[in-house]
Each structure stands twice: as structure tokens, then as C-alpha cells.
Design a protein. Structure first.
Length: 578
């Protein structure tokens, strides 16, 4: 068993400037954990190793590595005395930086322990615009050992050097199929990456594979390895699996089992340094992130542990048993589609510390009846409640200032909505096909009502747009059977066209500012009239308002709910609310 220290050392840097301008470089490799179980080294010593004589060939190509012999990433080591020559060849990198630094150092354990040589190349600046390859070489001084555990660039493992002879380590990969699964073998590392599996029923990811007489540890699972596998019922993750393939993955994307609708249980071997499972639910090791709640788990209620801060995309998606879920206030981040198509879900308690509701959060939760948007949420993502056909009412807190498209699309039972007073836009398809919506009060401050915003809202009889609205999109009222449409603001001429009234019919009476009657008559075939002067004949303020009777604001719009402080119209008179 290989023994190594379980940490890496940050060491002094030597600046490097290539001889010619590099188009490409964005290289950084950190010290990786060993494949086998790690052990702490007691009484160890750390030693900085000077780096010098650095040279760089610059960009040597313009396409990603494809496995050809002259593009295979390679490390070449050669030692003479205490000087180690290092060549990093054919590294595939993003373009955009023209210099970098090299760190080097060694961790020397007590007698009998393995010494670890670490080499780290750090790019300066850079941005991703293209892919090319480059070669870099340098020397490391004061290295007395010929045998050590090397962590450098893509390589991690024991090396044995012979004085004056080159040791060439190539990152040769091979794609193979073994026992119903596809893997990529990294031969120099003796590692395997699980790429795709069609396993059914109860399955175990193997800890190691044997291929052509060699053993490979399964250390990675690509995110698509199980996606859409509808036959998998239980899966076992061994202690060797530590990451999601070859790239860093955002915490919200770390769901290995998206679309695994028959999955009942996930088990993680004790000692896995990255994952753990609790009651069949997959978490990170510290239980700060919930990755997967199995879609076929039979519980009807679930309380997310208080240690959790983030919930991955589609974590609960497609579950057919959950009725209610509680998300504690410790959770601050949700991925997209977290509860997508949870067919029996009726109630969710959301964390009060959320700042946004991500896209498709409750899409197609057809039995969802109760969810409160927490105060503090500022944005509602794409289609958050799309297809929630049992949702009857919703209140946006005052913190919400924006929504994405189609937030309430196909919420066919939604009859009552209170919009945030700080909303700036009625976005596209916001209430598309909300056929039960009977009334809507659009807050003063909204400036735009965009395409298909109220399309097929068949129960609406009146839409009253405040003075702040100056833009109308295409067909915002298509399919509506309105008695009246009041446009109290001045719509900019560039937005006035026949497209506003497409699909609306001509029965609706449209009221606009007197100065815009003529222009609206040119684009609408129904009746267009000047807005009535709601304050004509209204006397001065005469006393306290009777809140039990109908109130109008000073624009003549009917007030819904308890009035705020201000002046209102009631029975032709102005009243004050203090």
C-alpha cells in the first residue's frame, strides 16, 4: 500500500516569462490525494526546493488533445546529482495568459514513510477563447531522493529514478467496456472513470477493475453515467470514488442520478472521503450539500438536515411519494428543478434565507397546494411554478423585484395572486393559461407588460395598467375575454402596433390617455376611448375613510386589500387614511 501525507505545501514562486507570446495557458494542478488510504506522517519535515532555468515553447497547436502520440500529455524526469530536470509536454490549455509561476517542495516523513514531491504551475491571468498545447521545462535543485511520491500536473504516484536516465510518464487513456459499463482507463495512474452504465436492479460501482493483467481503481464517475437509467433500484458507491470525472463541477450540478425514476436507495461505503449517505439519501461527506433524494424512496414526508446549506439540481425530482418537505433556514442555495415532477407533493416549507427561487423549481408538481415565497427572495426563476395545476393562490413578498419567463404558466387553478409592489415588469408568459385567474392588480412601478403575459387568462374581465407602464409586448392579452382594458400610462410609439391586440378579439373596450386615442384606433379594430376622469366632481377631503366600502385610488383603480396611508376616492369624495 502506498503511504503519503494527506496535504500539500504552498511554496515560494519563481516568475516565468515565455520567450515568445503565448496564446494559451491556463494550467494549474494541485496535490491530489492518494488512491489508497492516506496516513498522517508524524515528525515530518517540509523543504522548499528552488526552481530555475524555466523555459516555455509557447502554444504548439490549436485543437484539444485527441490522443495522438504527439499530443499525449507527458511528464519527463531526469536526475543528475541533486538536480531534477522536469519537462511538461503537450499540455492542453485555455488561451489567454503569457506567464506563470512554478512552485516546488518536498515533504519528508520519518524513516519508513514515503516522501512526497509536489510541483505546481500557476498561470497568471488568462481567459478561455481557444485550446492549444504547450511545453514547459525547468529544473528543481537540492533534491537528494531518487524514490518519492510525485504529485505534478495530471500525475500522482510513486516514481523511481535512475541517475542520468529519463523517466517518461505518458497520460495514455483507453476507453473500454467491462461488465455492462463503459470506462476510461488512465494507464499511468492506474485509475478508471465510470462513463456510462446500463445496470438494472441493485448495482455496485466496483472499487477496482482488472484489465489486461493490470488493476485500475475506480475513482471517478461522470455525471452522465446514470442519467435516465429507469431500471436502477439501488446503488452502492465504494470508498474509492472521489469526484465527478475530470473537471470541477458546480455544487448544484452534483446529482449523479438525474432521471433514475426507479432508484430507491443509495449506499456509500464507510471511509469514502467525498460522499456519504443517510437513510438512502446522498450527501457530501460533511452533510452540507444534499445531492440526491432517490426518486422511488417511499417516505411521504422529509425534513432536510439542518447541516445542509445547498441542495443540488433535481435533487428530489420525479419522486412519486413525497407529500410534504421541510427545508431548514440553514439552506441558502437551491439548484434548478429541485422538485420537478414530484407528482404527489402538496406542501413545501422553504428556507427563509433564500435569495432567489431557481428555474423549474416546482415544475409539474400537479398536487402542490401550499408554498410561501420567503421574504428576502428577489427573483423568481424560469417556470418556477409551471404546471402546478392545484395551486390556487400566491403572494409575492415585497422583496421580489423581477421574474423570469413563465413563472405561473399552466397554473390552471390559480385564481388569486398578489404581486410584489416592487415588481418592475410583467414578464413573458408570466400567467400564460392561468384560466382561473379572476382579478389582478398590477403595482404602480411596473413599466412593461411583455409578450403573452396574460394569454388565455379566460376568467379575467378587467386589466388595469398603471401610469408607470410605457411598453406592451406582442399579444400580452391574446385569448382573454376582457370587458375592459385600461392603459393609464403613455405607451411609447415604438411599442404601439397591431401585435398588442393579436388574439384578443374586438369585444374589449380599450381606454387610453386622450392624447393616444387616435394612434390606438389605428391598430385596434374594437372600441378605443379616452380614460374617464375619475376625479370629476370629487369634493375635497372630508374625513376618515370607511374601509368596509369600495375604495379607488387617485387614478380611479379599485383597491384590493387593506389600504395603506394616503388619499382615496369613495362615493365621489376624497378620504384620507392615516
Amino acid at each position: 500500500m502506498v503511504k503519503v501525507c494527506n496535504f500539500f505545501v504552498i511554496l515560494p514562486m519563481v516568475s516565468l516569462k515565455p520567450k515568445r507570446l503565448m496564446k494559451t495557458i491556463a494550467l494549474r494542478f494541485a496535490i491530489l490525494m492518494t488512491l489508497a488510504l492516506t496516513v498522517n506522517v508524524v515528525g515530518a519535515q517540509d523543504q522548499d526546493l528552488p526552481v530555475s532555468d524555466t523555459q516555455n515553447s509557447g502554444c504548439t497547436g490549436e485543437s484539444d488533445a485527441n490522443g495522438e502520440e504527439d499530443q499525449i500529455p507527458t511528464i519527463v524526469l531526469e536526475k543528475e546529482g541533486s538536480i531534477l530536470s522536469v519537462q511538461l509536454l503537450n499540455y492542453s490549455s485555455n488561451c489567454g495568459t503569457d506567464d506563470f509561476e512554478v512552485n516546488s517542495g518536498i515533504h519528508i516523513g520519518d524513516a519508513g514513510e514515503t516522501s512526497t514531491l509536489s510541483v505546481d504551475v500557476v498561470p497568471h491571468g488568462g481567459f478561455a477563447r481557444c485550446i492549444c498545447h504547450y511545453n514547459v521545462s525547468f529544473t528543481i535543485s537540492d533534491l537528494e531522493l531518487n524514490s518519492f511520491y510525485l504529485t505534478c500536473w495530471w500525475f500522482e504516484g510513486m516514481v523511481e529514478l535512475t541517475e542520468g536516465e529519463q523517466l517518461v510518464l505518458k497520460d495514455i487513456r483507453e476507453n473500454v467496456s467491462i461488465d455492462g459499463a463503459d470506462y476510461t482507463l488512465r494507464k499511468a495512474l492506474h485509475r478508471a472513470i465510470l462513463k456510462k452504465s446500463d445496470w438494472a436492479g441493485e448495482a455496485s460501482i466496483p472499487a477496482e477493475l482488472s484489465y489486461e493483467g493490470n488493476t485500475y481503481f475506480v475513482t471517478s464517475v461522470e455525471l452522465g453515467a446514470f442519467t435516465g437509467n429507469t431500471a436502477l433500484t439501488k446503488v452502492f458507491i465504494p470508498h474509492t470514488v472521489k469526484d465527478f470525472g475530470l473537471s470541477e463541477v458546480d455544487v448544484f450540478q452534483r446529482n449523479l442520478f438525474v432521471g433514475c425514476t426507479a432508484l430507491e436507495y443509495i449506499e456509500v461505503e464507510e471511509g469514502n472521503p467525498v460522499f456519504c449517505s443517510v437513510d438512502g439519501v446522498l450527501f457530501d461527506k460533511e452533510k452540507t450539500a444534499l445531492y440526491t433524494y432517490p426518486a422511488a424512496a417511499t417516505r411521504t414526508s422529509y425534513i432536510v438536515p439542518e447541516s445542509v446549506k445547498d441542495i443540488a439540481s433535481a435533487a428530489f425530482a420525479n419522486n412519486q411519494h413525497l407529500v410534504n418537505v421541510t427545508i431548514p433556514d440553514e439552506v441558502t442555495g437551491l439548484g434548478t428543478s429541485v422538485f420537478n415532477a414530484c407528482s404527489k407533493l402538496e406542501e413545501v416549507r422553504l428556507s427563509s434565507n433564500l435569495k432567489s427561487l431557481p428555474g423549474l423549481l416546482f415544475t409539474q408538481c400537479e398536487h402542490l397546494k401550499s408554498v410561501t415565497i420567503p421574504q428576502g427572495v428577489t427573483n423568481l426563476g424560469l417556470g418556477v411554478f409551471t404546471g402546478c395545476t392545484s395551486l390556487t393562490s400566491m403572494t409575492m413578498p415585497a422583496s421580489v423585484v423581477s421574474t423570469e419567463y413563465a413563472v405561473f404558466e399552466n397554473c390552471t387553478s390559480l385564481s388569486e395572486v398578489t404581486l410584489s409592489p416592487n415588481l418592475k415588469e410583467i414578464n413573458q408568459k408570466l400567467f400564460l393559461n392561468c384560466s382561473s385567474l379572476v382579478e389582478i392588480q398590477i403595482p404602480e412601478g411596473v413599466t412593461s407588460v411583455l409578450s403573452n403575459a396574460f394569454k388565455n387568462c379566460l376568467s379575467l374581465k378587467t386589466i388595469d395598467l398603471p401610469e408607470s407602464v410605457n411598453r406592451l409586448g406582442n399579444s400580452p392579452f391574446s385569448g382573454c375575454k376582457l370587458d375592459s382594458l385600461l392603459i393609464r400610462g403613455i405607451i411609447e410609439h415604438r411599442w404601439i402596433s397591431t401585435s398588442i391586440f393579436e388574439g384578443m378579439g374586438t369585444e374589449t373596450k380599450v381606454y387610453v390617455q386622450p392624447s393616444q386615442v387616435e394612434v390606438f384606433q389605428s391598430v385596434y379594430k374594437g372600441g378605443v376611448y379616452p380614460l374617464p376622469n375619475q376625479t370629476n366632481g370629487v369634493s375635497n377631503i372630508v374625513g376618515a375613510v370607511d374601509v368596509s366600502s369600495e375604495l379607488l385610488d387617485l387614478q380611479g383603480r379599485k383597491l384590493h386589500g387593506k389600504p395603506a396611508k394616503g388619499i382615496y376616492i369613495q362615493n365621489g369624495k376624497k378620504y384620507v387614511v392615516r
